[in-house]
Design a protein around this ligand. Sequence first.
Ligand SMILES: Cc1cc2nc3c(=O)[nH]c(=O)nc-3n(C[C@H](O)[C@H](O)[C@H](O)COP(=O)(O)O)c2cc1C
Length: 167
Amino acid sequence: MSDQLNLLKIRRSVREFKDQVIPKEKLKEIIDAARFAPTARNVQPWEFVVITNKERINQLAGLGPNAKFLSGSAACIAVFSTETNYFLEDGSAATCNILLAATALGIGSCWIAGDRKPYAQQAASLLNAPQGLKLISLIALGYPKDENVFKTATKRNLDELLHWEKF
Ligand SMILES: Cc1cc2nc3c(=O)[nH]c(=O)nc-3n(C[C@H](O)[C@H](O)[C@H](O)COP(=O)(O)O)c2cc1C
């Protein structure tokens, strides 16, 4: 298996992190990878906010039970988008790039739902987002507590979901 394909297969949602800072350069590298995601008509409607301030991370962790584990993370990336026709797809593609770039750097990550969540507006206000920007996702980042976390995930079997030519 090529290293690139292996990267896709070892990415896991990581929700427990070591108390270890992620160097700013690595965070920048992750955002750099995000901007290469595909977008409909190449509009690149996104904005990324990197949050490392503990107090602000804790405020985001308090947004809902599904975001609670953010409090143990070293950083959070908030992905926003202007409301284009395909903002959700575009923002999700960027979110996937972030998860994969983090994995490539040995950093654990987990996608936290943004758009359509009752706290989306509150998260936007906490981060001073300009009017009209939609929250796509919050991504928790940190060095995994379990150093062996990056291994092939258990997923639905290929034979069960692959259909050649027709169902
Ligand atoms: C759109 C989306 C929203 C998600 N929201 C959350 C969330 O709010 N909180 C959370 O802990 N995990 C969230 N996840 C992570 C999923 O729970 C996780 O991807 C899934 O259980 C599969 O595990 P894996 O990422 O390790 O393959 C979300 C994933 C996606 C794609």
